[in-house]
Ligand binder design. Sequence first.
Ligand SMILES: [Zn+2]
Ligand SMILES: [Zn+2]
Length: 160
Amino acid sequence: MNWGKCKPYLYMDECIPVIVLGPNFQLFLWAYIAYAIYGFIILILLYSRHLGFIRLSLSVVSYTSTLTNYFLAAFMNQGVSNYSYKYFIQPTKYCEICKQRQQKQTEHCDACGVCIEGHDHHCPWIGKCVGRHNKRYFYVFIFSMFVFQISSILMFTKIL
Ligand SMILES: [Zn+2]
Ligand SMILES: [Zn+2]
């Protein structure tokens, strides 16, 4: 079985790991710690401004959601494709590196060195690819971060 440069952990069965860490895991870890500290400082600054319960809740919830979904996107299996547990309805391509047929929307990622189901893109900030199983966490993470950033800018400039 080919895992490329990814490291699988905690198997549900022989071929399906729950956790897969990508080749850029260290970059993710530093980015995560940096963002957690940065966001915490923002929260303290907002708290010291006595903005009230609703505005503060918006910040706390979007901050917590950002960190939770960022964590899940980086840790959960992104959809590493392994021939042995796949059923093929419409095989389209063949991957020479993984020696397996690919389903639709499966792409080989050179950075991860493995085929990814529902491949979206390779994101070094989560350490690996955005694929079928971590896509939703990734987009909730991006959305939460957007809400946190925009709302804190508006609160600091007293627009909100
Ligand atoms: Zn491949
Ligand atoms: Zn990748």
